[in-house]
Design a protein around this ligand. Structure first.
Ligand code: PMP
Length: 369
């Protein structure tokens, strides 16, 4: 046994609000078709791999020094990208970066949440929002989504008025359901919110809805737009998330970030990945086309597929979703049971992977699922 293995979690002086909670736990299994964590299925091109290797070799000569604490060059590149993508003029002062958007969200909650404060989200949504709230001892307030998984804005505005949360999470497109929140609805939420509104746009590039970035100048004291290079940029392993907001919001995050949180290697590799954005984002169009093909095929098999603006689909209905999840796995396809009764979520993969997923789905549809 490992040293110290006689001590169990229950024996430790854990903070009360963490007792009995479960960690984030998407299974990481070695199967041939992995469609469970909404990664981009396109690996980096040979040219990108070569450029990253060169950039890493260049900066390795200075690894005895700390990185640029404020990551200004990277933030400048991110601002250029986001300006290009959204048409909204941004500078590095509007951008902040961290190790994945999970760290971005954690820093926001460290600065604006915490003991005595609350965060409201509309579930089912991204499972880390309540987990990060727990980790920062921010009281999680659970709001609901409509029966069709859309966000009912009248209800949302009512919840905000009644519960006066310090932070509101809006995920657009929403994970795990796929739909976006229209700008007019976002405005109503921003008008109603007494504190911070985080719009989590991790899947923004897969959607043709306008980004909330366009609203930053109108709501500088309220709005933070969180984004990531994990999905569209096919850089999940590189760990680079970012946000766009008014410069003062970033001044707030500087108070809680750890110094030198973004390594020299991360900053260099992310800048190279951004230089290759045109080629990477061409892959996004291919994923969107595959999403449409997979949606149509599942629908033709009799499945109910929730309209998705992202790189995954939530579908059903299954009499026993965990058993069906296992059936996919037994046939070499790892998808996600997000805990929604009778539904499962599948990431859009490469065409051949989607074909395997559709074959298993077809066989399952013809039995008594
Ligand atoms: N937000 C949403 C909605 C997500 O689905 C994810 C990843 N599954 C993240 C944030 C975090 O991703 P990362 O830390 O890789 O940027």
């Amino acid at each position: 046994a490992a040293a110290g293995a006689r001590v169990r979690l229950e024996d430790l002086p854990l903070r009360e609000n963490l007792r009995g909670k479960s960690p984030y736990g998407a299974p990481q299994l070695a199967v041939s078709v992995v469609l469970n964590t909404n990664e981009n299925p396109h690996p980096p091109s040979a040219a990108l791999v070569e450029d990253i290797a060169e950039a890493v070799a260049d900066c390795a000569t200075a690894l005895h020094r700390y990185p640029d604490r404020d990551a200004v060059a990277l933030r400048t590149d991110l601002a250029d990208y986001l300006t290009d993508a959204t048409g909204v003029p941004l500078t590095y002062e509007n951008l902040w970066a961290a190790n994945g958007s999970n760290e971005i969200l954690q820093q926001i909650l460290q600065a604006f949440g915490g003991p005595g404060r609350s965060a409201l989200g509309f579930t089912p949504s991204y499972s880390m929002h309540p987990i990060i709230s727990d980790g920062t001892e921010t009281t999680w307030l659970d709001g609901k989504r409509a029966a069709d998984f859309s966000l009912d804005v009248d209800y949302a505005v009512g919840e905000i008025a009644a519960r006066t949360p310090d932070i509101v999470f809006v995920t657009s497109p929403n994970n795990p359901t796929g739909g976006s929140v229209p700008t007019a609805d976002l405005r109503r939420i921003l008008d109603a919110a007494p504190g911070i509104v985080i719009v989590d746009e991790a899947y923004g590039e897969f959607s043709d809805q306008p980004s909330a970035v366009a609203l930053i100048d109108e709501y500088p004291a309220t709005l933070i737009v969180s984004r990531t290079m994990s999905k569209a940029f096919a850089f999940a392993g590189g760990r680079l998330g970012y946000l766009a907001a008014a410069p003062a919001m970033i001044d707030a995050l500087l108070l809680v970030r750890l110094p030198y949180h973004l390594s020299v290697l991360t900053q260099a590799a992310a800048r190279v990945a951004l230089r290759h954005s045109a080629e990477t984002l061409a892959g996004v169009a291919a994923i969107v086309a595959e999403r449409k093909r997979v949606t149509a095929a599942l629908t033709a098999m009799g499945y109910d597929v929730i309209d998705s603006d992202a790189n995954f689909v939530l579908f059903g209905e299954f009499a026993d979703a965990p058993a069906s999840w296992q059936h996919y796995l037994d046939h070499g396809v790892l998808i996600r049971d997000v805990g929604i009764p009778s539904r499962l979520r599948a990431t859009i993969g490469l065409p051949a992977e989607n074909d395997v997923f559709l074959d298993v789905s077809r066989a399952l549809a013809s039995t008594d699922r």
